[in-house]
Design a binder for this molecule. Structure first.
Ligand code: RAM
Length: 347
C-alpha cells in the first residue's frame, strides 16, 4: 500500500456501493435522520504512521467497511502517543461517527476520551493493542498472547542451542499487546530448560525505525556477548535485521520475532533471521470492520457468547478474557526460508 500518511492522516472513502443507489445492497449501513438517509461513519485509529503493519490493518478495515456500505475514516498519528490519539478521538466525537476502532498507544491515558465517546453514543472497540475493558465494548485480538510469547522464546532456544544472553526489542513501553507477549516470554523463561539463557534487557524502539535501529546498536554495544534478539514488533524486527546484516553478525546473534514477510524476506533468505511469526494484519483490520458494524447494528453488544458474520472470515464469536471480552482472529504463522517466497508479496 502506498505511503499516503503524512502528518495527521484523515482519509475518507465512500463505499462505491453508495454511488448508484438504484440497487443498494441490503447490508448498506445507513440510518434515517429526519426523513433523510445518512451513511454511517466507521473510524479506525492505528498506532502511528510510517508502519506498514498499521497500513495493512487500515486496508483490511477499509475493505470491510466498503463491503458493508458505510463511510470509512482512517486515522494515524505521526507519533505513537496517547496524546495524539486523544486529539483524534475528540475530533471523531465532534464528527459524530458511529464507531471508533482503535489500536491503543496507552490504555490508561486513553480511557477518559474513549469513555466520553461511548457516553456520546459511539461504539468503541480496540484491535491489535487493547485498551482497558472499561474503555471498549470488545477487543479484536490477533492471536493467543500466551502462544505468541512462548513460541518466540522457544524459537530463540532452538536457534541459540539454549545458551547465552538474550534481549527483547519491543515497541512502546505502554503497548498492551507487546507487554502481554513479553510477560508470557518471561513465564516461558522460568522453565528450567532455559537456565543457561538469560534475558538481559527489554529495549523499546517505539515502533520508530530509527529508534529501533539505535536501540539494537545499543544492545549490541552494552551486551557484547548477546546471542539473540526477540523483537515482537514488525518495525523492531526489521530494524534489527538490518543492523545485524550491516554489522555482519549473521549466525553470531540470532533474531526472531513478529515480522511482515514483505519486510523480512531478505533477512530470512540470508539467514540473519532463520524464522519468525505473524498473522495477516489485513485480516485484523477486516475483522475489526465487521465487528464495528455488528456493534453499530446491535447484532452484538460485546458480551461473551455474541456471534456475528465477519464476511470472508466466516462466523466469529466473542469470548471472555480478563475483565473484558475479545474476538480472536487465529493462530500465529511461522515464516521461514521454505515459505517466505510465497508470502513476501502478500503482506
Ligand atoms: C508492530 C505494531 C503492532 C504489532 C505488530 C506485530 O507493527 O507494534 O501493534 O501487532 O508490530
Amino acid at each position: 500500500m502506498k505511503k499516503v500518511l503524512s502528518t495527521i492522516l484523515s482519509l475518507v472513502v465512500i463505499g462505491s456501493l453508495l454511488a448508484g443507489c438504484g440497487n443498494k445492497a441490503v447490508n448498506t449501513a445507513t440510518s434515517t435522520d429526519g426523513g433523510k438517509e445518512t451513511t454511517k461513519k466507521y473510524a479506525i485509529i492505528v498506532k502511528n504512521t510510517g508502519n506498514p503493519y498499521n497500513e495493512k490493518e487500515m486496508e483490511g478495515f477499509k475493505k470491510a467497511v466498503e463491503e458493508l456500505g458505510a463511510e470509512v475514516i482512517l486515522k494515524a498519528p505521526d507519533q505513537p502517543t496517547a496524546e495524539a490519539q486523544i486529539q483524534m478521538i475528540e475530533e471523531l466525537i465532534n464528527q459524530k461517527v458511529d464507531v471508533i476502532a482503535i489500536a491503543g498507544n496507552d490504555p490508561d491515558a486513553l480511557q477518559p476520551a474513549l469513555v466520553k465517546a461511548m457516553d456520546n453514543g459511539i461504539k468503541v472497540l480496540s484491535l491489535d493493542s487493547a485498551v482497558n475493558a472499561d474503555s471498549r465494548m470488545v477487543h479484536v485480538n490477533q492471536a493467543d498472547p500466551e502462544r505468541i510469547g512462548r513460541t518466540q522464546v522457544q524459537a530463540l532456544y532452538d536457534m541459540t542451542g539454549g545458551k547465552g544472553d538474550i534481549a527483547v526489542l519491543s515497541a512502546t513501553s505502554q503497548a498492551t499487546n507487546q507487554n502481554a507477549w513479553i510477560e508470557w516470554m518471561k513465564k516461558e523463561l522460568e522453565d528450567p530448560k532455559y537456565s543457561d539463557m538469560k534475558l538481559v534487557k527489554v529495549a523499546y524502539g517505539d515502533d520508530l525505525r530509527d529508534k529501533s535501529v539505535s536501540e539494537t546498536e545499543a544492545l549490541l554495544k552494552t551486551y557484547p556477548d548477546l546471542k539473540g534478539i526477540i523483537s515482537p514488533t514488525t518495525v523492531g524486527v526489521a530494524a534489527a535485521g538490518k543492523v545485524l546484516t550491516d554489522k555482519g553478525l549473521k549466525g553470531k546473534v540470532q533474531l526472531t520475532g513478529l515480522g511482515l514477510p514483505s519486510e523480512m524476506a531478505d533477512y530470512i533468505e540470508s539467514g540473519v533471521c532463520q524464522w519468525m511469526y505473524l498473522w495477516n494484519p489485513i485480516d485484523v483490520g477486516y475483522l475489526a470492520g465487521y465487528a464495528a458494524d455488528a456493534l453499530v447494528k446491535g447484532t452484538i453488544t460485546g458480551a461473551a457468547g455474541d456471534k456475528f458474520d465477519a464476511g470472508t472470515l466466516g462466523e466469529k464469536e466473542i469470548i471472555a478474557v480478563g475483565d473484558g471480552t475479545e474476538i480472536m482472529l487465529g493462530d500465529p504463522f511461522k515464516f521461514d526460508a521454505d515459505n517466505i517466497g510465497e508470502w513476501k508479496s502478500v503482506y
